[in-house]
Design a protein around this ligand. Sequence first.
Ligand SMILES: Nc1ncnc2c1ncn2[C@@H]1O[C@H](COP(=O)(O)OP(=O)(O)O)[C@@H](O)[C@H]1O
Ligand SMILES: [Mg+2]
Length: 387
Amino acid sequence: MTTTTLPVLIGSSAAARALDGDITAAARSDAKVLITGESGVGKEIAARLIHTRGARRTHPLFAMNCAGLPDSLLESELFGHVRGSFTGAYRDKPGMLQAADEGTLFMDEVGEMSLRMQAALLRFLETGEVQRVGADAVSAPVNVRIICATNRNLRERIASGEFREDLYYRLNVIHVHIPPLRERREDIRELLQAYLRHYAARHQTMLPQVSQEALDLLMAYDWPGNVRELKNVIERLIVRATQGEVTIDDLPVEIRCVMPPINAMSAGADAPPAPGSAEIEARRLFNAMVRDGASFWTTVYEPFHTHDLTRETLRLIVTYGLEQVRGRYSALTELFNMDRGDYKRFLNVLRKHECLVPFHAFRSAPSSTVSRETAAPADTTRENWVL
Ligand SMILES: Nc1ncnc2c1ncn2[C@@H]1O[C@H](COP(=O)(O)OP(=O)(O)O)[C@@H](O)[C@H]1O
Ligand SMILES: [Mg+2]
């Protein structure tokens, strides 16, 4: 697999510039590289850049994914096979290692390889010799630069016996780590602009304006799927943009309901919320429901019922929810993934445990400006509730 267009790395955050420097340094050497980072952060693009900036650039770059293939297929992909070695092997076929001779082989998701395949790869790395599946002899040594990537924590996999330590040290000569997008938020704006232009051109539509409110939400979102997710969201926005402007209502629900990042949440407070605090816990559970689709009953009510979750945390969750739906209790059932018919039961639970948070403060305020202080202990006067 080769590409004709050169990959471009977008972003000028400190982390993006450091990554660019790491890539250039790795390209100057011929050593094996291990690229780590969450899914969608740009591991493959980094691997391509290391190849295209390096001395092997005039030779091929092949990419293969080690996940999801049974050993027999992976082995034949990597080492090739000889005719008749298995059903369907009608002719001799070189593997990726031979095809990429003098060039680079990018092995994605290397953390998913079985121990058997890890042993085979290690053997190759030690000898440089390739033995095709079904062949009696080894072929002449090949000269391939190996770049691997994984979103796994390989140290943990070594500890649990799922990854060979000796292979880890072989592959990890140069380590390039790419931080998640939420840790380099400065890059979001640039990526956004670049992809808006890119997809507007591709779909031959006008470049839309992004409203300030929508931009704020896009910048505050955690992007669990990193750049890949951002790219997909932007393409959908471009395809659906009608009025030449992207507003909050055009954003996917998980972004519209974004919780501000923890730093922003505590802005003005004396100290950031401590790990394990009610605020952190509430935010985690809120995201589990609003972003990941978990139900209030299993995610919040059950642990609350068994006293694993405090009243304060429950009140905070209700507060965050009310902020998103501007104080409409009735809209919380949908936001928290309950059945519509659960509305009464939901209110009863909150009332019984004094967790009905006053909704007034959320009524007219734009969703992001309501102070967290409104998560004060429940006011018990009945007039304050929407029922
Ligand atoms: N810094 C970046 N600049 C431009 N595009 C990027 C950047 N990082 C990631 N991408 C794009 O995001 C998508 C996911 O990147 P990829 O390298 O496949 O991620 P990973 O291999 O880590 O899952 C690709 O389309 C890639 O081109
Ligand atoms: Mg990838």
